[in-house]
Design a protein around this ligand. Structure first.
Ligand code: GDG
Length: 500
């Protein structure tokens, strides 16, 4: 990561590692799957620092010290200099429920992904005052506790929009960047949130807000204007009250060298052996209704109905680590997918052929890379996705040419021209794309693949963080000369943060 002096303090809701008890008294450390871990973990392992997050593992608090801290990853083969401090927070269950399952995932997530009918705006006020605001305060308190002059605070994602303001209330000269991992919707969606202005005021205290794409940055600026901010589309900044934040696009990349070079000890051959001579189509997604999994499965079924000559010659693997259990939308979707897949396999499959192979469990990263390498076609068809790292990992992991079918609504589609772009809701088009992928002439495949690999290699993870941190430093220098005032009309956030 760029060298700004001081230490890096990363703040996110999701933790990069959890500790789970195996039941025999032994506790094991696991990496937590998700885009945020993939993005920040390699960098924290290089530079060290403190990562503040909610502890979700069943033995998380058995391994921490009195400050809630543990050095991670505590895998035996990882030397001390490749570890960093994870500071875990715990919340009373009801508060966390209203914060995480409530405000973050039943208000912000659906609204920001343009699924407003899945949002629970009736409960927004309760989720806000009993979950979102108090939890944001606790996160901020922890930042303030570990902060020393010269540190950089890097806040991640939609769970923590109030943290910049809450921290700056106490430490006016703190250097604070935010990276927003999900899309920023147009005003017609964002404007539906009752606490819309408060969310923007929270963010405005950051020096720099990064999003994946220009269009998300523009949406944010226009929403800020609607909430009374002055904004400048040219210099990409907005000012609410006296607080001013820069807003800019930084398309997140992956650690190309890692995915390209990781040894899998031939695991991909074992996978291939299982599916023998069949073409393998792979989908990998955290379970979420934005990822378009039912639509994708429908399209694969359509492909087999439309092109019966491919039956028994192709198989789909869909790897979907379960997430956000206990939220009705997620539980319902999981049952729907299970039902659809088992019915289809029962009707179409036979002893030698399971058309759709569905896995709800996450696997270690090395195994995932082997799956990427065993596949012939990557099928990445979210309904809407801020970026989508799976599409880039599939490319980075495969030196041999493959084919990527990619939703035009994944943020990565703006960069990955060599993929076959599809509308995920048009199952006929996706079915045709699968056929096109399988029948693609070698020369065309190679040509497209070369372009895709070049793109993913050039705009990789480290170039992303270097650009972000260097712009953060510039924005901070600019901002630190400006007069800083707390907001006058909202005393609630002002009072509560105190150094312990
Ligand atoms: C959010 C935004 C944005 C998946 N299964 C396994 C596993 N994974 C890893 C993948 C990938 C990550 O999870 C998923 O990242 P995505 O980007 O695809 O999606 P979200 O989790 O929704 O992430 C997204 C991202 O933040 C970053 O800004 O791109 O738009 O929604 O890295 O490899 N990892 C392992 N086993 C699995 O079974 N180890």
């Amino acid at each position: 990561m760029g060298d700004l002096g001081g230490k890096m303090i990363v703040v996110s809701n999701a933790e990069p590692y959890k500790h789970e008890s195996k039941g025999d008294g032994e506790t094991v450390c696991h990496e937590v799957e998700g885009g945020l871990t993939t993005a920040m973990n390699p960098q924290m392992r290089e530079t060290g620092g403190v990562w503040i997050a909610y502890g979700r593992g069943n033995s998380d608090f058995e391994v921490v010290n009195s400050e809630g801290e543990v050095s991670v990853p505590d895998f035996p083969d990882v030397p001390k200099e490749k570890r960093y401090t994870l500071k875990r927070l715990d919340f009373p269950p009801e508060r966390y429920e209203k914060f995480y399952r409530g405000y973050a995932n039943r208000v912000l997530w659906p609204i920001f992904h343009s699924f407003p009918t899945k949002a629970d705006l009736q409960l927004e006020g309760e989720f806000w005052s009993e979950g979102y605001l108090p939890c944001n305060k606790e996160y901020s308190r922890s930042v303030i506790d570990v902060y020393e002059p010269g540190d950089t605070v890097w806040v991640h994602d939609y769970h923590l929009a109030l943290v910049p303001k809450l921290v700056k209330n106490e430490i006016p000269d703190a250097r604070i960047g935010v990276f927003w991992h999900i899309p920023w919707p147009p005003w017609e969606n964002f404007g539906k949130i009752p606490h819309r202005k408060r969310l923007l005021e929270g963010l405005a205290a950051a020096d720099l807000i990064g999003l994946h794409l220009d269009k998300y940055a523009d949406n944010l600026l226009r929403c800020a204007e609607k909430c009374g901010a002055t904004f400048d589309l040219g210099s990409k900044s907005f000012k609410l009250g006296k607080e001013e934040a820069q807003v800019k696009a930084y398309p997140l990349g992956v650690d190309f060298e890692f995915f390209n070079g990781t040894e899998t000890n031939g695991k991909e051959l074992d996978i291939r052996e299982k599916y023998r001579d069949k073409k393998l189509v792979l989908g990998v997604d955290r379970q979420d209704y934005t990822k378009g999994i039912p639509e994708r499965i429908r399209a694969f079924k359509k492909f087999l109905r439309k092109y019966p000559g491919y039956r028994e010659k192709i198989a789909m693997v869909q790897r979907t680590p379960t997430s956000r259990t206990g939220i009705t939308e997620y539980d319902r979707e999981k049952s729907e997918i299970n039902r659809g897949v088992s019915e289809f396999n029962g009707n179409f499959g036979n002893h030698d052929w399971t058309p759709i192979n569905l896995f709800w469990k996450g696997i270690p990263q090395r195994k995932l890379i082997a799956e990427y390498r065993a596949a012939d076609v990557g099928l990445v068809t979210p309904g809407l996705d801020g970026m989508n790292l799976v599409s880039k990992e599939f490319i980075a992991a495969n030196q041999k040419p493959k084919v990527l079918i990619l939703s035009e609504f994944a943020g990565s589609a703006e960069q990955l021209d060599g993929a076959i772009h599809v509308n995920p809701y048009d199952s006929d088009q996706v079915a045709r794309a699968i056929k096109q992928a399988i029948e693609m002439p070698e020369a065309e495949k190679e040509e497209r693949w070369k372009g895709l690999r070049k793109q993913v290699k050039t705009e990789d993870l480290s170039s992303w963080s270097e650009k972000f941190l260097s712009d953060l430093e510039k924005a901070h220098r600019l901002g630190s000369t400006a007069e800083f005032t707390l907001f006058e009309d909202e005393p609630e956030e002002k009072q509560v943060i105190r150094r312990n």
